[in-house]
Design a protein around this ligand. Structure first.
Ligand SMILES: Cc1cc2nc3c(=O)[nH]c(=O)nc-3n(C[C@H](O)[C@H](O)[C@H](O)COP(=O)(O)OP(=O)(O)OC[C@H]3O[C@@H](n4cnc5c(N)ncnc54)[C@H](O)[C@@H]3O)c2cc1C
Length: 428
């Protein structure tokens, strides 16, 4: 049965990950009537449900780190720091200072932020269909335990990570190919009762060597040999990012199911390897795996500008910048190793507003990992701090567009940028 929502919403945000949370809060604070829809039971997406527990991208890497993300994302960081649920932790691979947090604390911090903004929130609800005509989305169909509900709105923010709304509205996107496959997926896992003092005597390089030996001898099957683990805010508990599941299309449910099964199997292997081969893990146990497998890359929209790897490496600046990024290209390609390419001279680049606006849709904007970018550029811009910064920009743009009754691409960019700066975002 299809129920028709009687309310006319200003803005509907589809997907409550890092980008969607910020988009919803920014739109609501700037005066829009907002509904945030999330298919899982919590906010955060890759930040919480997939067990990833470190924000990167707030600072440029290198000896002279520069803070390049602030605004609403900072409110979350400051709260978690006040609560003693977050600490600074340099990246294992030199990608800059990370902020490692307690995942359960972040879920609550995101919920409070959203609810205090006046935004309405719906969990366990998936956007499954859109009604679109003449380059405009008129409504989205939501599937949940109540059946199907059609929700109408003037503006839609697609923060599904997979650009579901853009794809279903007929907008263009790049989905990866056999020649340039999307990045690999990883099931994150947590282990408890680790003797961290003992474990830290085994360097990352030494652990990689032991993984290679374990693979060669056939004792364990470890597809990625350069993965890592780190301590968490909870004593004796580590989070491990080691699993590698490649050549998966996470927008194909059968392919994604295969990935979940393979990811869980790999976790058993890696946990057994750590217990058997790494000092300090002798009495450790597997606490659990992430709610779902971590997806780094699926669809990237065809926007008014496509960010390239050359833009990233050169630290290119754009007049319509709405966010900054200094994160390296971190390409988790199939096979061994990970491709790292750093921004020249420890610099940073701008993310242009045009990367958020689909070329063929007038009242839809995206934020987060589905921005308009090449495979290489997305492998940098997908960092969580940038997803949040893009979210703040998209939400602010939606509120301004709603007030002015304008299409996203016709928005007064100067006004958007001034509003972002007034609200403490860093855009230069
Ligand atoms: C394994 C892994 C490790 C990573 N490590 C780090 C790291 O250490 N530091 C860092 O900064 N970044 C890291 N990243 C990258 C970063 O976490 C993500 O790129 C970023 O958080 C993406 O945010 P997002 O909001 O764009 O997308 P997502 O986090 O994917 O959020 C999308 C949300 O939309 C919801 N959704 C999807 N489809 C629908 C629909 N149709 N209807 C309703 N809801 C829907 C999903 O449930 C999800 O909550 C990692 C990513 C992965 C996968």
């Amino acid at each position: 049965m299809i129920k028709r929502h009687t309310e006319a919403m200003d803005v509907v945000v589809l997907g409550g990950g890092a980008a969607g949370v910020m988009a919803a809060v920014a739109a609501a604070r700037n005066g829009a009537d907002v509904l945030l829809v999330e298919s899982q039971n919590c906010l955060g997406g890759s930040r919480t449900a997939t067990g990833v527990d470190t924000f990167y991208g707030f600072f440029t890497p290198g000896d002279n780190p520069r803070k390049i993300v602030a605004g609403i994302p900072d409110e979350i960081v400051n709260r978690l720091r006040r609560e003693n649920k977050l600490f600074d932790r340099p990246n294992t691979y030199g990608a800059g200072m990370g902020l490692t947090y307690d995942v359960e604390a972040l879920k609550i911090a995101y919920e409070d932020l959203v609810l205090q903004s006046g935004c309405r929130l719906l969990f366990h609800t998936t956007a499954c269909h859109v009604e679109a005509a003449d380059g405009r989305v008129n409504s989205v169909w939501l599937a949940n335990k109540a059946g199907l509900t059609e929700v109408k709105a003037s503006y839609f923010i697609d923060t599904t990570g997979d650009a579901d709304i853009v794809a279903r509205a007929g907008g263009g996107f790049d989905a990866g190919s056999d020649d340039e496959p999307n990045q690999s997926l990883s099931t994150i896992f947590f282990m408890g009762n680790v003797d961290l003092e003992k474990a830290k005597k085994v360097s990352h390089r030494e652990m990689t060597e032991r993984m290679k030996e374990a693979n060669k001898s056939g004792r364990f099957r470890l597809p990625r040999e350069d993965g890592s683990y780190h301590r968490t805010p909870n004593p004796g508990v580590i989070q491990a990012n080691m699993v590698r599941v490649s050549r998966i299309d996470a927008t194909d449910p059968y392919s994604l199911t295969k990935a979940e099964i393979e990811g869980r199997k790999q976790v058993q292997e890696y946990a057994a390897f750590l217990k058997a081969c790494i000092d300090g893990f002798e009495n450790a146990f597997l606490i659990g795996t992430s709610q779902y497998i971590g997806v780094r890359e699926t669809r990237k929209i065809d926007g008014h500008y496509k960010l390239t790897e050359e833009d990233v490496i050169a630290g290119r600046k754009f007049p319509d910048s709405i966010a900054c990024c200094g994160a390296p290209v971190e390409d988790h390609h199939p096979g061994e190793g990970t491709r790292w390419v750093y921004v020249e001279n420890g610099g940073y680049y701008h993310i242009p507003y045009r990367c958020l606006v689909p070329r063929s849709l007038q009242n839809v904007i995206v934020a987060g990992r589905c921005l308009s970018a090449t495979h290489g550029a997305q492998a940098s811009a997908r960092n969580s701090a940038q997803a949040m910064a893009m979210g703040q920009a998209a939400g602010t743009a939606a509120a301004l567009a709603a007030a002015a009754k304008q299409n996203f691409i016709d928005l007064d960019i100067g006004r958007l940028r001034r509003t972002l700066v007034e609200q403490h975002a860093i855009i230069e």
